[in-house]
Design a protein around this ligand. Structure first.
Ligand code: NAP
Length: 417
């Protein structure tokens, strides 16, 4: 197959080993435009990210973007939605900014999003949720919302080990449980298995605490339902604490230590590590969002709390996220392809720009990431927004490209500040 992709000669790969990122000054980053509104938002996101890098570092640093194909585009170019060439490049370069990709429900092709996650062994789903003044939140004090949910991506009920009530396998398992353990289940019982591994728990805990240290966060809360599911969720809690105290002793304090040794106040420069029961947390992130910072969650809890937290800021369309492992990462918007807005220059590119911001943080290009954050906040503050927000702010909307331009102009004004 002839190659449709050209790698810039002066670019170098980002090297990620054991979760440590080594970013050269001209790193090669792959991007997939995505389906639907992907064609509108991804090119704008790239311009905005480039501008942030330029404003932060002048000509000393520059991302060398390489477009790779997946989804509709790949179907046109290669006759295949996820071509071998794209897969080989992802395996080689390992950092991808990805526009949304369509996944059909109940049939059709398999999710390319999941395939990329697996190729990168991206076991951590990272989703920052931070309020921006101007958004219509259901909370009285939405400005107190600034959390990052770090969700385990590969374990738990999502491993899909389950059987329908009327299958041979479920019947066999029911019989086994009765015979071996004296556990009797009704004959109409479907069965799902909830596996939680110590290795997988500890690597996500390590990831979350390291993230908290690198990004100067205050608290890491272990979210679990260990009072009921003692040997899975309860073990998750225990194993996470074990990593915190064994590997990050100099950085963390537990709640117990804070109360016993420090008069209830977290000592300067330390990260508080605590745990909360999952159901309790759903009310607490609403009533006391300021108490939550980094949330470390197993797969299922993380899935639920991500959307609930997103709702607190009033609009999940503006959130970015990432799937990251020890050797690579894929960065994206939380939303999908919004087909009704495709090609109309009306979609909001903030989600994928936030995905890019997160990518810059992992790359260690924090100054550029901060510029993006400040520019987005300032744009909303100045009521420069796309139609999704303009319609309830009662202002004239900007188009996708015009919003991107507004962000770049704001960054110019932030130069050196
Ligand atoms: P969606 O694409 O997120 O769109 C749902 C609605 O959210 C839109 O109709 C629009 O709402 C609003 N919206 C989302 N993004 C927006 C943006 N950037 N700007 C303005 N409005 C935006 O969800 P979906 O319709 O459930 O999914 C469509 C396809 O996307 C599916 O094939 C799904 O599999 C895929 N998907 C992909 C990813 C991914 O690649 N990571 C994630 C989720 C879904 P209004 O009607 O209120 O204006």
């Amino acid at each position: 197959m002839s190659s449709k992709v050209k790698i810039p000669e002066d670019g170098e790969p980002i090297v990620i080993q054991g979760g440590v990122w080594k970013t050269p000054n001209k790193p090669i980053v792959l991007y997939i435009e995505g389906d639907g509104i992907g064609h509108d938002i991804t090119p704008v996101a790239i311009e905005v990210i480039n501008k942030a890098v330029e404003v932060a570092y002048g000509s000393s640093r520059e991302i060398k973007w390489v477009r790779v194909y997946a989804g509709e585009d790949a179907e046109k170019e290669y006759g295949n939605r996820f071509p071998e060439e794209t897969q080989a490049l992802i395996t080689r370069y390992r950092v991808v900014l990805k526009g949304p990709l369509e996944t059909p429900i109940g049939g059709g092709w398999r999710s390319i999003n999941v395939a990329i996650r697996m190729m990168l062994d991206a076991y951590a789903n990272v989703r920052p949720v931070k309020y921006m003044p101007g958004l219509e939140s259901p909370l009285k004090h939405p400005e107190r919302v600034d959390m990052v949910i770090i969700r385990e991506n590969t374990d738990d009920l999502y491993r899909g080990i389950e059987w329908s009530w009327d299958s041979k396998e479920a019947a066999k398992l029911r019989e086994f449980l009765k015979r071996e353990f004296g556990v009797e289940l009704e004959d109409d019982t479907g069965i799902g298995i909830k596996p939680m591994s110590k290795f997988k728990t500890q690597r996500i805990a390590r990831f979350a605490i390291k993230f908290a240290i690198d990004n100067k966060r205050r608290v890491v809360t272990i979210m679990h339902k260990g009072n009921i599911m003692k040997y899975t969720e309860g073990a998750f809690r225990e194993w996470a604490y074990e990593v915190a105290l064994r590997e990050f002793r100099d950085y963390v304090v537990t709640e117990e230590e804070v109360n016993k040794l420090y008069g209830g106040k977290v000592p300067e420069g330390k990260i508080l590590i605590n745990d909360r029961i999952a159901d309790n947390m759903f009310q607490q992130i609403i009533t006391r969002p300021e108490n939550y910072d980094v949330i470390l969650a197993p797969n299922l809890n993380g899935d639920y709390i991500s959307d609930a937290a997103g709702a607190l800021i009033g609009d999940i369309g503006v959130l970015g996220g990432a799937n990251v492992g020890d050797t690579g990462g894929m960065f994206e918007a939380v939303h999908g392809t919004a087909p009704k807005y495709a090609g109309k220059n009306v979609a909001n590119p903030t989600g994928i720009i936030r995905g890019g911001e997160l990518m810059l943080r992992f790359m260690g290009w924090v100054e550029a990431a901060n510029l993006i954050d400040r520019a987005i906040t300032e744009a909303v503050n100045q009521k420069k927004v796309t139609q999704d927000l303009a319609r309830y702010m009662g202002v004239q909307p900007l188009g996708t490209r015009e919003f991107g331009k507004a962000l770049m102009e704001i960054m110019e004004t932030l130069k050196g500040k």
